[in-house]
Write a new protein. Structure first.
Length: 562
């Protein structure tokens, strides 16, 4: 008779073995099995390829890169929103062993200059423009300061057309020769993590890291060649290129690109038109889709599953995703760029509570543990601590930064996530916040997510984010940023306090309330709490703020409890 585990450790024993092949070899297997099935549909450009056609395009780009002098280990940057050519570049660089360096579409000149230099990028493939950014102008301006950047290829120009056209006439034997020199553990991708201080760090990932992560995420979603995955999340991030593209290709499923960047209407239309069975997004994306006035006009009966990740999902949103969108098997994933990214995931038959109060159980072939941040010892189940993960998914390291790598990965190859978590008796993990986000008010540890979940229960509140700001008396005070439902009156700090009174401990009631139309977001749709914190400090100034409240430049109400 087995005993209940007493420590917060779990491993993902799994019957199916890890994939020991390169991304190129895996694509070849899929093409052999599903050549005539649709592989990629880009609704923005009208591109529609079967796996046979997709592989031919990948080969043309790969041969074009070889003709341009790109080979194994060379860094190729890509700076672009989602489009079919992004995916071609992803698979083409993998086919020849070049290292694809993902550059955030939101980056500006200083950040791009840093990445080009830090990763020693020799070729940059980019869009000409995106939203308000003129990529072509920025590249021309900073290129003299990037001596290692030898070539720039721009989509929708002759430089891209010529590269692909040259590759179409190339000798495929060269691709076979290149593939013969590749190993699954070779670095294949560098993704720059969003640094809140200093410059971002380049997480270096191998074929083995990201191919297996995409594959096993897809396994837990029960993907087959019959699935069609709508991917409105960005490719530059693991969510798009690993959980999206690699999960699809490793199962022979179709990749559907609804638009270059997230658009709720385009996403809903893509699901309905292409009969997608799976939909990806962070909670704010699903909130935006559900809030569309004509939401009920879209036929979403094709949806079965999907992935929600990036931040906790409010219970009410999860209920609507299941009931109104039909995503009965929707999966919650948790992870970080440095772990390829997914470490834990909910299962298809998990309850709504398990999908909202937890981030699931450890993924296949991985280990997780929760440790005391001070001692490093594994804590008992139910006790909070720092979540650590180990296994095939842990990055090779930060590019050219052994010091930062050593700070993140210990000598036993455990990746320290910086997230506070608990593990229950069944192995389900609940993320209670970032170590750095935990608020300590008057000696009490406060986890913002608990307060956010409570505020979601107010009928007039659409979304809420809670942070701490410095306070001379209590050390820190709580600030709640709130988005109101359309047509409702804005709440002030006193109204929020009245709603919380008797239902939350007094020290958990936000002192300050700030009503906004939207939160500051990353390009992946994650809320930037660092920006909320800094703006709150400017608005309220801790305990220096007067009781009469104030208004910001957008005339949204801000206030303090009297």
């Amino acid at each position: 008779m087995g005993s209940i585990p007493t420590t917060s450790y779990a491993h993902g024993a799994w019957e199916a073995p890890l994939l020991g092949e390169t991304i190129g070899a895996n694509l070849a297997s899929t093409v052999a099995a599903h050549a005539d099935r649709e592989a990629l549909i880009d609704l923005g450009t009208g591109v529609r390829w079967t796996y046979r056609e997709f592989a031919a395009e990948v080969d043309a780009v790969a041969l074009g890169l070889l003709d341009a002098g790109i080979g194994k280990g060379d860094r190729v940057g890509i700076w672009s929103p989602n489009r079919a050519e992004w995916t071609l570049t992803q698979f083409a660089t993998a086919a020849i062993g070049a290292i694809l360096v993902n550059i955030n579409p939101a980056y500006r000149s200083e950040e791009v200059r840093y990445v080009l230099g830090q990763a020693e990028i020799g070729m940059l493939i980019a869009a000409r423009k995106f939203k308000t950014s003129d990529y072509e102008e920025i590249i021309d301006r900073i290129r003299p300061e990037c001596p290692l950047l030898r070539q720039v290829i721009l989509f929708d120009t002759d430089s891209w057309s010529d590269l692909v056209a040259g590759g179409r006439d190339g000798d495929r034997a060269r691709l076979m020769d290149a593939a013969a020199g590749l190993a699954a553990d070779d670095p294949i991708n560098i993704q720059y993590t969003s640094g809140t201080t200093g410059f971002p760090k380049g997480a270096t990932l191998s074929h083995h890291n990201i191919l297996n992560n995409g594959y096993f995420v897809g396994e837990l979603c029960a993907y087959t060649e019959a699935d069609r995955i709508c991917i409105p999340v960005p490719f530059y991030h693991c969510f798009g290129m690993v959980m999206g593209n690699l999960a699809a290709v490793s199962h022979g499923a179709a990749m559907v690109i609804p638009a270059p960047a997230f658009d709720p209407k385009a996403t809903l239309a893509a699901v309905a038109q292409e009969r997608c069975t799976s939909l990806y997004g962070v909670p704010t994306m699903f909130i935006a889709e559900l809030a569309e006035p004509d939401f009920d006009s879209y036929d979403l009966s094709c949806l079965r599953t999907g992935i929600m990740a990036g931040s906790p999902c409010p219970v009410e949103v999860m209920k609507q995703v299941i009931d109104r969108m039909g995503m009965r098997e929707v999966s919650i994933c948790y992870g970080m760029t440095e772990t390829s990214p997914v470490s834990t995931q909910t299962r298809r038959d998990d309850t709504i509570t398990q999908r909202t109060a937890t981030v699931g159980r450890v993924g296949p072939h991985l280990e997780i543990k929760i440790v005391d941040p001070d001692t490093g010892l594994t804590v008992p189940r139910g006790d909070p601590g720092e979540l650590c993960t180990r296994g095939y998914s842990v990055m090779l390291g930060y590019w050219n930064d052994p010091e930062k790598t050593g700070e993140a990965i210990d000598t036993a190859r455990w990746m320290h996530t910086g997230d506070l978590a608990t593990m229950d008796e069944d192995g389900y993990v609940a993320i209670t916040g970032r170590i750095k986000d935990m608020v300590i008010r008057g000696g009490e540890n406060i986890y913002p997510r608990e307060i956010e979940e409570f505020l979601y229960t107010h009928p007039d509140i659409l979304d809420a984010q809670v942070v701490g700001i410095p306070d001379r008396k209590y050390g820190e005070e709580l600030v709640a940023w709130i988005r109101m439902r359309e047509g409702t009156a804005a709440l002030d700090a006193n109204a929020v306090a009245e709603f919380c009174s008797g239902r939350l401990a007094h020290y958990k009631i936000p002192r300050y309330v700030h009503i906004v139309d939207e939160f500051p977001m990353t390009v992946t749709g994650k809320v930037r709490k660092v920006d909320i914190r800094s703006t709150s400090q400017r608005l309220f100034g801790g305990d220096d703020q007067q009781d009469d409240g104030l208004q910001d430049d957008d005339q949204h109400e801000s206030g303090e409890r009297s």
